[in-house]
Ligand binder design. Structure first.
Ligand SMILES: [Zn+2]
Length: 371
């Protein structure tokens, strides 16, 4: 199969006329070229880009990854796939130790089958001062025993853990997780700039939704945000839904971190659903005009984003389209060591045709047409 476009985001890192050849039996890209396709084309469209990669996603379509029912997790996954996200890392919010273990065990078979790209633990090792939508009763400092139990339960599929580095034992926890091959993200934290740098030295590689649920920036007390922008190896997540971060701040941060920005959805169950009452990690959430907030505190409680909309919202805020797409594909994939996010020979054939309005019209995952 050959898919072509006047504006294909290929290995050159720019939109240019080009084509991709896919071995649909093996589900991999075999060739990528610029200019006219050498053989008849099976599909073409205004834009062709890699399948989107979401490294922070809690659910969608009324379903949550924090479940002991694998079908519920599949329902959430299907919603994001319909929006062009061909790789999803399933995020779990803070829960009691046994509940968290059961939820991880439920996701392991999906990770083994390649349906999800692994598991992300957002909590329980977070700051009560920036808890966001996490149950304050269940936040706790990291312990070696709990980390080892979760690593065992995840059978190698724990991809990322969010941690507040100022908690007792957090730096040791970062080292332990890094040794186990897990990417560590700093987030839900009250750390200052030095605390952020210390976490990076201990091995942290990502910042969980930069700006949200952390000490804010002040010109005389800058906190972790400018320090994160200055760290050349750090990937910073941004929730670009027009609500979590003001569009002016999105463009400022994007200029500051450029190819290190990873767009994430942080989507909860209400993604792809109407406004109404939902749950996130056992807490009541109400969604009004597509904005999810805790019922008892008004704190933002995840988003109702899909990653294709995040790309469009970032672009509308002034981020160049190529940068917005890279931030939803190659950058998050690299941050977690996933072999996805780029149209290159040998890679899994995850690709999208986008219309002029940047909405996905055809979606292939591992060479199979989803829509
Ligand atoms: Zn989250």
């Amino acid at each position: 199969m050959i898919v072509s476009s006047e504006r294909l985001l290929g290995p050159g890192g720019a939109f240019e006329p080009g084509w991709v050849r896919v071995d649909t039996d093996r589900g991999v890209i075999t060739e990528v070229g610029t200019g006219e396709a050498p053989d008849p084309v099976d599909a073409k469209g205004p834009y062709v880009v890699p399948g989107l990669v979401d490294i922070h996603c809690h659910g969608g379509a009324g379903a949550s990854f924090a479940t002991t029912d694998p079908d519920e997790a599949r329902t959430a996954l299907a919603l994001h796939r319909r929006h062009g996200t061909t790789s999803v890392v399933a995020s779990l919010v803070t829960a009691a130790p046994d509940d968290l273990l059961r939820q991880v065990e439920t996701l392991v078979p999906l990770a083994r089958e390649g349906e999800i790209a692994g598991v992300h633990l957002e909590g329980p090792w977070l700051s009560p001062l920036h808890r966001g939508a996490h149950d304050p009763e269940l936040l706790r400092p990291p312990t070696r025993d709990e980390i080892e139990a979760l690593l065992r339960a995840a059978e190698g599929h724990l991809r990322m853990v969010t941690i507040a580095p100022e908690l007792p034992g957090a730096l040791e926890a970062i080292t332990l997780l890094r040794e186990a091959g897990v990417t560590v993200a700093v987030g839900h934290t009250d750390c200052d700039a030095d605390g952020l740098r210390e976490a990076v030295r201990a091995g942290a590689g990502v910042v969980t939704h930069l700006c949200n649920a952390m000490r804010p920036i002040h010109h005389r007390d800058p906190g972790p945000i400018p320090a994160a922008l200055a760290e050349p190896e750090l990937t910073v997540e941004l929730i670009v839904d027009g609500v979590h971060v003001h569009p002016d701040v999105v463009t400022l941060l994007q200029r500051g971190a450029r190819a290190r920005v990873a767009l994430v959805t942080d989507a909860m169950a209400a993604a792809g659903c109407p406004d109404g009452a939902y749950q996130l990690g056992g807490l009541a959430v109400s969604v009004v005009d597509g904005v999810a907030r805790l019922e008892d505190s008004d704190a933002l409680a995840g988003s109702t984003l899909t990653l294709d909309r995040a790309v469009r919202t970032a672009h509308a805020a002034g981020v160049p389209l190529v940068d917005a797409v890279v931030a939803a594909t190659l950058t998050p994939a690299r941050a977690l060591g996933l072999d996805r996010g780029a149209l290159v020979p040998g890679a899994p054939a995850d690709l999208l045709v986008l219309g002029e309005d940047l909405v996905p019209t055809s979606i292939w995952r591992e060479g199979k047409l989803l829509t």
